[in-house]
Design a protein around this ligand. Structure first.
Ligand code: UDP
Length: 238
């Protein structure tokens, strides 16, 4: 096994299905099955769930809401996704813990780093909900920070229908090329839109590798957990 412990970043969209909004139970079930297949390889898996399928802070602030309140709504959306994913994973026999960065002990465990690591060591899939618990942040930044905290070997960024990082948008530019491997410096210099700048900087400074891959191809989550070259790998380089 190339990786011992991975952090899987699922955007909210990954749970929404074709209608791009809300939670599609069949889609969540399928994602859970794929995560189980990956887990069965023996890798420790932590998951950061996005919330964009339900609410994004920016949507609220564009409508005139205070940004912080709108962001808290986004964080709550990630907890809803986390609960859906937890339920689906447990229904296929995977032990899980949902940990929340905002205390809501009736719903999820509080996030305690050492406890999260212990859960992973015991073979449980840990789902991190409520992002970092702070507004003006994203779940990409959450993925970068949590990966550093739990000493994950890699962040696996599951994309919906995009199989890696390209030099330009392949839907617009026919000459766009796909990178198999690039450095964080390339990402910054070429201004490639993979994650927000804060997340990229965190990954770069803490030497965390990132693998961007298409989760819509069945079996790709397991392949990514196994370290197969299925998308684009970004690392600090020399
Ligand atoms: N959010 C936040 N702080 C965090 C993580 C998330 O304020 O630490 C809010 C933010 O409003 C964001 C929303 O939660 O728009 C949903 O997260 P995100 O947009 O990252 O989800 P994704 O695009 O991955 O579905």
């Amino acid at each position: 096994m190339k990786y011992n412990r991975v952090l899987l970043k699922l955007s909210g969209e990954a749970l929404a299905g074709d209608n791009k909004f809300g939670i599609d139970p069949l889609v969540v079930k399928d994602v859970a099955r794929q995560i189980k297949d990956a887990k069965d390889l023996g890798v420790e898996i932590a998951i950061v769930c996005g919330g964009g399928n339900i609410w994004r802070g920016k949507t609220g602030s564009d409508m005139g809401m205070e940004r912080a309140s709108a962001d808290y709504m986004g964080m709550l959306a990630t907890v809803m996704n986390g609960l859906a994913l937890q339920n689906a994973l447990e229904s296929v026999g995977v032990d899980t813990r949902l940990m929340s960065a905002i205390s809501m002990k009736e719903v999820a465990e509080p996030y305690i780093r050492r406890r999260a690591v212990r859960h992973l060591e015991k073979g449980r899939v840990v789902i991190f909900g409520a992002g970092l618990g702070s507004p003006f942040m994203t779940t990409d930044t959450t993925a970068a920070l949590r990966a550093a905290e739990i000493n994950a070997d890699v962040i696996l960024m599951a994309k919906n229908g995009v199989d890696g990082v390209y030099s330009a948008d392949p839907k617009i530019d026919a000459n766009a090329i796909k990178y198999d491997y690039i450095t964080y410096l390339d990402v910054i210099n070429k201004d490639l839109k993979i994650m927000d700048q804060t997340a990229i900087t965190l990954c770069k400074d803490n030497s965390i590798d990132l693998c961007v891959f298409n989760m819509q191809e069945d079996g790709n989550i397991a392949k990514a957990c196994n370290g197969d070259a299925i998308g684009t790998t970004i690392s600090k380089g020399e």
